[in-house]
Ligand binder design. Structure first.
Ligand SMILES: C[S@@+](CC[C@H](N)C(=O)[O-])C[C@H]1O[C@@H](n2cnc3c(N)ncnc32)[C@H](O)[C@@H]1O
Length: 329
């Protein structure tokens, strides 16, 4: 709130007064118009220049917010995620979802489209369906920890919620390492790894993800250190046998099925970043046992270096990360 000079006009003449003062360059856009007891108070920048027909008073008015948010429009704070200029809603109630979408588009947020989750993540490509509620387009450019990713939410898997965890993983990477992301998506591990000087191979089944991975490597100036390969990681393993100092396995639910492939990719010493989804009663046990078993079968000793709860996935289910160091005995 601030005390400023205002033109006081009867409510029915308030809008005319505001337009007139605005045309004269006297309307103070930095403060809100106030309405009270049948009077409108229009803040002005220079009371001396206001024509004599207007009444000037000093009054407390609110400072104007420059950015109108969806919450300002709705009167409540909606839940949404921003992925570049696309806004993602999880709202179940279709009417409320549409109301939020309209408010997002009317607000001052730089938004091109609002989408609502229309299915669970499913299939080999781990994608989901999205309902377009407002605007147009599902392709966007998203920035995370100094990297830029182009992606289409309908075509590829991507979760901004994993940003912090990805960053924690990337911080371990040192110049000259050889890393393989076995389920690379559009490159949110491969690109920051390469930026830190690693030579990275990113493998993915989804042709759209691989095409974005290549584009994102170029966008971030690391195309010479990122090799993008389309295919099932089990089919390309022979090209990279014993080559990895670091492996990323972000395919929760099924990563255990790929541990035999992982140990073939691993060099004599290798760190595996293994993502899993398990019941909260024992979130790390099944992953730890599966890694130790696969490593043991091929003569590696395993040290579990990190156990991290990444996020809650469903009631009583956790998305976790295990970092395991394998050393050939
Ligand atoms: C959960 S997403 C993770 C993507 C990326 N690492 C990220 O964090 O955004 C899993 C990815 O693995 C890919 N995928 C699934 N099965 C695969 C397989 N057998 N070989 C290679 N990629 C596979 C999917 O297409 C999907 O892009």
């Amino acid at each position: 709130m601030a005390t400023v000079a205002c033109v006081r006009a009867p409510r029915e003449r308030g809008e005319d007064a505001r337009v007139d003062l605005d045309e004269r360059g006297l309307f103070d856009h930095g403060h809100e118009i106030a309405v009270e007891d049948g009077w409108v108070y229009v803040p002005v920048t220079d009371p001396e220049a206001v024509p004599a027909e207007y009444e000037i008073v000093e009054r407390h008015v609110a400072t104007r917010r420059t950015q109108r948010t969806p919450a300002d429009i709705l009167g409540f704070a909606p839940t949404y995620e921003r992925l570049g200029d696309v806004v993602l809603l999880t709202e179940d109630d279709p009417e409320r979802a549409q109301q939020v979408a309209d408010a997002v588009m009317t607000s001052d947020l730089p938004v091109r489209a609002v989408l609502r989750r229309a299915s669970k993540v499913s299939g080999e490509h781990r994608t989901r369906e999205w309902e377009l509620l407002a605007g147009e387009g599902t392709e966007t450019t998203y920035r995370e920890y100094g990297c830029e990713y182009r992606l289409d939410v309908r075509e590829v898997y991507f979760s901004p919620r994993l940003a912090t965890d990805r960053h924690l993983v990337a911080e371990n990477v040192i110049d000259g390492e050889r890393a393989i992301d076995m389920f690379a998506g559009v490159g949110p591990f491969a690109i920051p790894f390469a930026k830190r000087g690693a030579e990275v191979a990113g493998i993915d089944l989804n042709p759209a993800a691989v095409s974005y991975l290549r584009e994102n490597a170029r966008r971030n100036g690391v195309e010479d250190r990122v090799t993008a390969i389309e295919g099932d990681v089990r089919d390309v393993v022979s090209e990279f046998e014993n080559e990895a100092d670091r492996l990323v396995m972000n395919l929760p639910h099924s990563a255990a099925d790929f541990l035999d492939t992982a140990v073939r990719l691993a060099d004599a010493e290798c760190v595996i970043h293994y993502y899993d989804i398990q019941h909260e009663s024992d979130p790390f046990g099944p992953g730890k046992r599966a890694i130790e078993a696969a490593a043991g079968r091929t003569g590696y000793d395993t040290t579990i270096e990190t156990r991290r709860r990444v996020r809650s996935y469903a009631p009583h289910e956790l998305n976790v990360r295990i970092d395991a160091r394998l050393r050939r005995g």
